[in-house]
Design a protein around this ligand. Structure first.
Ligand code: FES
Length: 159
C-alpha cells in the first residue's frame, strides 16, 4: 500500500469513528430513561408525607399530591382551560390559574373562571413504601358546575 492510499483510508476510518462517537453521545443524552419522565411511572414520597389540608408539589410528575379523606390524590398542574400551570395558594387554600383566573378547590374541582372541568388526575399506587404516580394514565376532572366533594371554603388570603 502506498503512502497516499494509506492516508486516505486512515482519514476515512477516523471520520467514521468520530461519526459513531457523535451518534452514540447524542443517543445517550436524548434517550428517555426507563420508568421516568412525564408519561411514565414516577416515584414520589412515602404516603405519610402527603398532607391532608394542603398540597405538596412533585416537579418530576408535574403534580400536586394531597389527601382527600383517606385517599391520596395526584392533581396534574396543567389547567384544563388552556394548559397554563396552576399554582397552589396557601393563603386562599385554592389552586389558582395565573392565565385567566380559574380557581379550583383542594380536590381540583372548579370554583370559578373559564375552566370547563376540574383539574385532571393521575392514577396513584403505593409501591415499595412510596407513592407512585402513573403520569401515563389521566383521569379527566369533573365538569364545571359539579358539586364540590369537600367542604373547604376559600380563605381570605390570595396569591
Ligand atoms: S389557562 Fe387556566 S384559566 Fe385559562
Amino acid at each position: 500500500m502506498d503512502r497516499r492510499r494509506f492516508l486516505s483510508v486512515g482519514w476515512k476510518l477516523g471520520a467514521v469513528a468520530i461519526g459513531c462517537a457523535g451518534a452514540w453521545t447524542s443517543w445517550d443524552l436524548l434517550r428517555p430513561l426507563p420508568g421516568s419522565g412525564l408519561g411514565g411511572l414516577i416515584k414520589t414520597v412515602p404516603p405519610d408525607e402527603v398532607p391532608a389540608h394542603t398540597t405538596i408539589y412533585v416537579r418530576s410528575a408535574q403534580t400536586y399530591l394531597t389527601r382527600i379523606e383517606d385517599e391520596i390524590v395526584a392533581l396534574w398542574q396543567k389547567c384544563p382551560h388552556l394548559g397554563c400551570r396552576v399554582a397552589w395558594c396557601e393563603g386562599s387554600g385554592e389552586f389558582e390559574c395565573p392565565c385567566h383566573g380559574s380557581t379550583f378547590n383542594r380536590a381540583g374541582e372548579v370554583r370559578s373562571g373559564p375552566a370547563p372541568r376540574g383539574m385532571d388526575r393521575f392514577v396513584v399506587a403505593e409501591t415499595d413504601g412510596v407513592i407512585q404516580v402513573d403520569t401515563g394514565t389521566v383521569v379527566r376532572g369533573q365538569p364545571a358546575g359539579s358539586p364540590e366533594s369537600i367542604d373547604e371554603p376559600p380563605r381570605d388570603g390570595s396569591c
